[in-house]
Design a protein around this ligand. Structure first.
Ligand SMILES: [Zn+2]
Length: 404
């Protein structure tokens, strides 16, 4: 079994420490916010004066000088200060990448207190039993249900994050894991509102979040009634954020379960190329050209976004040996048995009945089978001149199930 070197993140909860160490965390966070803003200002100034940008390494060098000259700067661990400069560098790289792609990104911003919630540690972290050691900061008590899943991993870096008054530590480990093997089994996935259907005939339903969604809606209404800047509004805001976090966690948990299950069953997973952005585009239209079926479309949008396709696909990409993206055209209209393509084949949302051959099935399962067979079809079509259908199919199958 081949081992591959990669990185994995593990999220720990920071346990209550002494009051002075909490205060120290808060102070370091505020110092880092100021450092971030100062470094951003320096980059802007430098560009105005010289027309040249500053790199992460330039700023690290300047940091070393600052630490020598200002004793209060030297009190904070350098691994944390470098982490802050690296984050700023990341914000600029993201900005320039988007400019290059012809998008219109926002320029990196100065951060207010409400927008700066994490401390990055770039090197020297150690994890031992239930403690996290940050260089020249000291030990922090941590806990995770189930412990560390990578006991042999080497901790590389960490992020301490404050969220809704709760601190977590996200530790990045350098690990060696077994490369996911392709077992020759191909699974097609149809991702439809609220559930995932696989071509082996299983439906994976998303946990029911109606109650939580309704609660979030109610809290949203309450929030909008309260006066801006008031204490009660802040309270409502926190409450809403907690419910939203619960929804997000439950969804993420489901993604992990489903993607692990599918990746274990099949080495190769075929998914539709769904343009989530296009699918969820607002139906409102413009003032000159108002859209139709606005309410219905926005309802569908909510379901599509709720399921979080992109996140699920991302997890499959690192858990399964192969992920193949196939064009989505006609996968839900085509009969898997006879190949007839007809919009009327899909009788209702769930019910598929072929007008040509009479094949009846769950609409999503029929679509999942079409998605599974699509990579084979496409390769068979390009290979038509050479060899018979069967050999093209075999070649396509070998390609679909081989290692990347
Ligand atoms: Zn048919």
């Amino acid at each position: 079994m081949a081992l591959v070197a990669t990185h994995r993140q593990v999220v720990y909860r920071l346990l209550p420490q002494t009051r002075s160490s909490w205060r120290r965390l808060e102070r370091v966070l505020e110092d880092q916010r100021q450092l971030y803003n100062a470094a951003l200002e320096e980059r802007i100034d430098c560009y105005r004066k010289t027309g040249k940008g500053r790199t992460y390494f330039d700023q690290c060098k300047a940091l070393t000088e600052c630490r020598r000259d200002l004793p209060e700067m030297a009190e904070c661990p350098v691994a944390i200060q470098r982490g802050t400069l690296k984050r700023l560098d990341g914000a600029f790289q993201y900005f320039f990448r988007r400019v290059k792609n012809g998008e219109t990104p926002g320029f990196p911003r100065f951060k207010g207190k409400a927008f700066f919630n994490s401390i990055s540690v770039v090197s020297g972290v150690k994890v031992r039993d239930d403690t996290l050691h940050v260089p020249s900061f000291g030990a922090l008590r941590i806990r995770r249900k189930g412990g560390n899943p990578y006991p042999d991993g080497r901790p590389v870096s960490a992020v301490l994050k404050r969220e809704l008054g709760m601190w977590t530590a996200i530790v990045c480990f350098a690990v060696e894991i077994e490369e996911p093997a392709s077992n020759g089994h191909v699974l097609g996935l149809d991702r439809n509102g609220g559930q995932v259907a696989d071509s082996d005939g299983a439906l994976h339903e998303m946990p029911d979040m109606k109650r939580l969604d309704a609660q979030a809606q109610r809290l949203q209404r309450r929030l909008s009634r309260r006066q801006k800047g008031s204490r009660r509004r802040e309270k409502a805001k926190r409450h809403l954020a907690k419910v939203r976090r619960k929804i997000a966690n439950r969804r993420k948990n489901w993604h992990h379960h489903v993607s692990r299950k599918l990746a274990t069953e099949a080495g190769t997973v075929a998914v539709e190329d769904l343009n989530v952005k296009g699918m969820t585009r607002s139906a409102k239209g413009t003032a000159e050209e108002p859209g139709t079926m606005v309410a219905q479309k926005s309802g569908t949008n909510r379901v599509i976004l709720n399921t979080g396709w992109t996140a699920l696909k991302g997890m499959l990409e690192y858990k399964a040996a192969n992920v193949i993206v196939v064009p989505a055209m006609n996968t839900s209209r085509k009969c898997h048995e006879c190949g007839a393509v007809e919009a009327a084949n899909r009788r209702t949302r769930d019910d598929f009945g072929c007008l040509a051959c009479g094949h009846a099935a769950h609409a999503d399962l029929n679509a999942a089978k079409n998605i599974r067979d699509r990579p084979l079809e496409r390769l068979a079509a390009t290979d038509e001149t050479s060899g018979t259908g069967a050999s093209a199919r075999r070649a396509a199958f070998a390609l679909a199930t081989s290692d990347p």
